[in-house]
Design a protein around this ligand. Structure first.
Ligand SMILES: Cc1ncc(COP(=O)(O)O)c(C=O)c1O
Length: 364
């Protein structure tokens, strides 16, 4: 294992095997004299890489044939605009549940495009929870409409535990920070999107999984680069794709499939997160979790130490010990341990041990 153990919130650690294979993409001899960085995206060789990434992902996430998979650019953030721009011509209202800063950004952008209504928010409690169904403002929906949620809130460390309580509306999900760690109910989810840089590879490619029913003819008023159907019709090759990032995504997803697939990574994320929540719960408030227990994220564990001095000492010592990327987001401070699929259990165990030892030394 590397000396540095990377717990960054994204981009984050990739498995050594994936990094080693990615390097072969730069080797001209292995690729008919042209590396993947230099290759034409119209070549047959690139098409195989592109199709392979798509089929590995379809298999890994059990995406049904009713849905298409697109590889676009602009990050998950561009989807905050593209989703309402494309969907609000079919649906008349976008309902949003705001559970964190990214969810709030999606809500704000949607308001610029069309009729957007806030269904529930946990902003008043510093986004420490997923609002309960009983706290939602609306029970009768203007239909046809869709509901936008953010499945995991990277900054605050909360996560939807299941989707059973969601109303009977088509669901749009930002799955950027927990994709590949739990089942997605595709029969309910009309569109899901994720930047690749947490669980699926490297920054630069955004995955959109969209029900084909939404892929209707291009609205001539809509800029073509912001039109899902325009991209779908060309198999995500309307313009030059981020070829190397799609190649890395293919390698990462292939690795996850070979390791045992989605269920295996759900089990691993359960085990990794339990390790840290157990320490928090048994620490007598030395480590105080930000998220309400019933909304805890398995991807981002957020907590604070009793004083800002101790917090700083903890982060400094952790950094010296090789643990990288665990300071909390500036909006809530404290600490955040991100546990994406490329992070090894062994690194988690070492960090957990470090936390136990730090507590023993510093608690009275
Ligand atoms: C849940 C969530 N949505 C959206 C984003 C924004 O992603 P991007 O930087 O790809 O635009 C992030 C980034 O961390 C995120 O965690």
């Amino acid at each position: 294992m590397n000396e540095k153990m990377n717990f960054n919130p994204g981009p984050t650690a990739l498995p050594d095997e994936v990094l080693t294979k990615a390097q072969t993409g730069l080797n001209k001899e292995l690729h008919s004299g042209i590396s993947i960085l230099e290759m034409s995206h119209r070549s047959q060789e690139y098409q195989l890489i592109h199709d392979n990434a798509k089929s590995e992902l379809r298999h890994f996430l059990a995406v049904p044939e009713s849905h298409d998979i697109l590889f676009l650019q602009g990050g998950a953030s561009l989807q905050f605009t593209m989703v309402p721009m494309n969907l609000l011509s079919k649906y008349n209202t976008a309902y949003h549940i705001v559970t964190g800063s990214w969810a709030e950004k999606a809500f704000n952008e949607s308001q610029k495009i069309g009729k957007t209504q806030l269904l529930a928010s946990s902003k008043h409690t510093t986004f420490d929870r997923i609002p309960k169904r009983s706290d939602w403002n609306v029970d009768v929906f203007n239909t046809p409409s869709y509901l936008h949620i953010t499945s995991n809130n990277t900054i605050y460390g909360t996560q939807w535990q299941d989707y059973e309580d969601l109303p009977d509306l088509p669901i749009v999900m930002d799955i950027s920070s927990d994709v590949g760690t739990k089942d997605i109910p595709w029969d309910r989810v009309t569109l899901a999107y994720a930047g690749a840089q947490k669980n699926l590879g490297a920054a630069g490619v955004t995955v959109i999984i969209i029900n084909k029913e939404l892929l209707v003819d291009h609205d001539t008023e809509r800029p073509i680069m912001l039109d899902y159907n325009a991209h779908a019709k060309k198999g995500s090759l309307h313009n030059t794709p981020p070829a190397f990032n799609i190649y890395v995504l293919g390698l990462m997803v292939q690795w996850m499939n070979q390791e045992g697939g989605l269920q295996e990574f759900e089990d691993r994320s359960n085990k990794k997160s339990e390790l840290f929540y157990r320490i928090i719960d048994q620490s007598n408030d030395f480590y105080k979790g930000h998220a309400e227990k019933s909304s805890r994220s398995k991807m981002n564990v957020t907590f604070k130490l009793p004083t800002s001095e101790l917090n700083e000492a903890f982060l400094r010592k952790a950094n010296e010990a090789g643990f990288v990327g665990i300071s909390g987001h500036r909006s809530i401070g404290g600490c955040r341990i991100s546990l994406y699929n490329g992070i090894e259990m062994e690194a988690c165990e070492k960090l957990a041990h470090f936390m136990e030892t730090f507590k023993q030394v510093h608690s009275n």
